[in-house]
Design a protein around this ligand. Structure first.
Ligand code: G6P
Length: 614
């Protein structure tokens, strides 16, 4: 949450900073700001409530020249979204400006002490406390800015990625991180700083990912220097990024979300490339093979995740139990870390995260590692914190996902879990060779089948018109379709703000059925699998109460078509692969309803894509 950008080089900083903020807007978008040291060495801060576009409008008449600057797009934690609470924050004497992503947990104590020393505060943020503390230390200890940052951070409890610039010093940015991500880009005659690599990639593909409690000293025309908070110089590895710019553009689609939904045939092919051999006889996930004994001897698998990734985790539970016969528990990372969970040293923990930065999942991983468990990450963002803090893992390889509502990352997470289950199941001999080969061959057909579903986009759009003004939705599924029902409901909530509940279909009778009347749309996943007959009964029960049924059913189905009000057809597949197909029409339905309601599909209110605070 919150996006950070910085630049120092030979060009004007402002255009680089604004473009970078646009790229990071998915991380938060309630206010934004820039700080620039001008040619006269003055320090100017401009900020505005609202989107980055509002900041740009505000800056039109301002003096934004200068070749060094920092910028921030905010997702409020302490203090409402407002001009005053927006970052950068000035220190008391307005000689320092600071941006921050994270939470300073002990800000209240620090604020009290600073107030006793004559400091006053304009905003309600924890961030302003940090910049005041740095100034206080700098002045009272008569030290340079870097030392002041180090001494201040020694007093800080919490998570931070920060950048500071100073009046009268057009040649230096100090940046530091703990628990929140920060990447330094190294150009020919410039340095870039950002929360992830997306603002950097169009200028350079050489980056350094800062580690926890590292400070980057970024100086004009001098090599990057990285030190610890205790001022020990650290070596840093320069990584070459593989990302390309077109992945960050909408490519002719009106929204990133629609682009990302349509990318799924390709992203799933990318995800399986190199993992399934061309003869369709073997699955190799190097992270599993390299740690084969651990997986073969696992007492239990714990899957930890948040949001959409947690729904993928539920699919993983069904897959791993079915094909590997290992007991699996799926938990929200936030719940796991704050209870007193039992973790055995021979447990395997699978942490799933698109961003690789979710604070609760990172903290849950630490807990599992402390207890001696082996931790395997399934992440999308290459080089992010979770892959760097797990023992092994598999990337989903879907490229940057920019729409805040996750789509292509979810299907790829489900696919990786499927491949994992097959890979482990075969090693354990808990899956027959015949079934293994049949599933592999069908996995290979999935991208083509998704292409077919995407051809229904126009009819799903037409269907969406009927439900634009619904106030509530219920989504029902059984078995592998139950997590899909929950994911379908979450998608609708996230981007259309319509209340929706995903439920296991049989549980309908234990509560949700009371909600059903002729105004209640019920989306039912009724594909031809083991629970088909039961789903038909559920549809009958809904119809008997005048509910309006939108069914996801297979092409040749006749029974569902005879009783449901509306049917979206999808091709048939193996039951365990059904989520990879049935999810697609639900993504499209949510998308079109949200567009009809004129919602900001890619940046829904109050949400952020990367939840780096607890
Ligand atoms: C936020 C995003 C969701 C995402 C969840 C978990 O809520 O808006 O799309 O599923 O975080 O994020 P992760 O990056 O860990 O998958």
């Amino acid at each position: 949450m919150c996006g950070i950008v910085g630049y120092i080089g030979t060009n004007e900083a402002y255009p680089v900073l604004i473009k970078g903020l646009h790229r990071l807007e998915y991380r938060g978008y309630d206010s934004a700001g820039v700080a620039i040291v001008g040619p006269d060495a003055g320090l100017n801060v401009f900020k505005a409530k609202g989107r980055v576009a509002d900041l740009e409008a505000f800056c039109k008449s301002k003096n934004i020249s200068g070749t060094i600057g920092i910028a921030h797009t905010r997702w409020a934690t302490h203090g409402e979204p407002s001009n005053i609470n927006a970052h950068p924050h000035y220190s008391q004497s307005e000689t320092l400006a600071l941006i921050h992503n994270g939470i300073i947990e002990n800000y209240a104590v620090l604020k009290k002490e600073l107030a006793l020393n004559g400091y006053t505060f304009q905003s309600s943020t924890d961030t302003e406390v940090l910049v005041q503390l740095i100034e206080y230390i700098k002045v009272s200890n008569k030290v340079d800015i870097c030392t002041a940052v180090q001494l201040a951070l020694e007093q800080v409890v919490g998570a931070y990625a920060i950048a500071v610039i100073e009046k009268g010093n057009p040649d230096l940015i100090i940046a530091a991180r703990k628990s929140s991500p920060l990447v330094v880009g190294i150009g020919d005659d410039a340095f870039f700083l950002a929360s992830d690599a997306t603002p950097i990639i169009e200028y350079t593909n050489q980056v350094v990912y800062l580690e926890d409690e590292e400070i980057a000293i970024i100086r004009r025309n001098k090599p990057l220097k990285v030190v610890s908070i205790g001022n020990v110089e650290k070596t840093h590895e320069i990584i070459r990024l593989e990302m390309n710019l077109s992945q960050l553009e909408k490519g002719g689609y009106p929204h990133f979300m629609l682009k990302e939904i349509f990318e799924q045939p390709r992203t799933l092919r990318d995800c399986m490339r190199g993992r399934i051999n061309v003869e369709l006889t073997n699955v190799v996930l190097s992270g599993i093979i390299d740690n084969k004994e651990k997986f073969l001897n696992a007492r239990r698998i714990l899957i930890l995740a948040c949001g959409t990734s947690w729904h993928a985790g539920l699919i993983g539970e069904y897959l791993l139990e079915e094909f590997c016969r290992i007991p699996v528990e799926v938990e929200y990372s936030s719940e796991f870390r704050y209870r007193n969970p039992i973790i055995y040293p021979d447990d395997i923990v699978i942490a799933i995260s698109q961003s690789g930065e979710t604070a609760d999942t990172l903290a849950a991983i630490e807990l599992a590692k402390e207890a001696g468990a082996f931790v395997y990450g399934i992440c999308n963002v290459v080089g992010s914190s979770i892959p760097r803090n797990t023992h092994s893992g598999s990337y989903t390889h879907v490229g940057p996902e920019i729409g805040v509502a996750s789509t292509k990352a979810f299907t790829a997470q489900a696919l990786v879990l499927t491949l994992m289950a097959l890979c482990i199941g075969r090693e354990k001999k808990t899956i027959s060779e015949e079934r293994f080969l049949k599933l592999l061959s069908e996995i290979n057909n999935i991208p083509d089948k998704i292409e077919l579903i995407l051809q229904s986009n126009d009819s799903i759009k037409t269907l969406s018109n009927i439900f634009t003004y619904a106030h509530n939705f219920i989504y029902l599924g059984r078995g592998y379709s139950y997590p899909v029902a929950m994911e379908g409901a979450l998608k609708l909530k996230e981007i259309s703000y319509i209340h929706a509940e995903g439920y296991p279909a049989a549980e309908m009778k234990h509560g949700p059925i009371a909600l059903i009347d002729n105004e209640m749309p019920v989306v039912v996943i009724a594909t031809n699998n083991g629970a088909y007959d039961k789903m038909i009964s559920n549809i009958q029960e809904i119809k008997a109460r005048n509910g309006r049924v939108v069914a996801i059913a297979n092409k040749d189905d006749t029974m569902v078509k005879a009783i449901a009000d509306y049917v979206i057809e999808i091709p048939e597949t193996e039951e365990c692969l059904d989520p990879l197909l049935s999810t697609i029409p639900l993504q499209l339905l949510s998308y079109h309803i949200a567009v009809n309601k004129q919602r900001d599909v890619d940046m829904p209110r109050n949400l952020a894509k990367s939840v780096t605070v607890e």
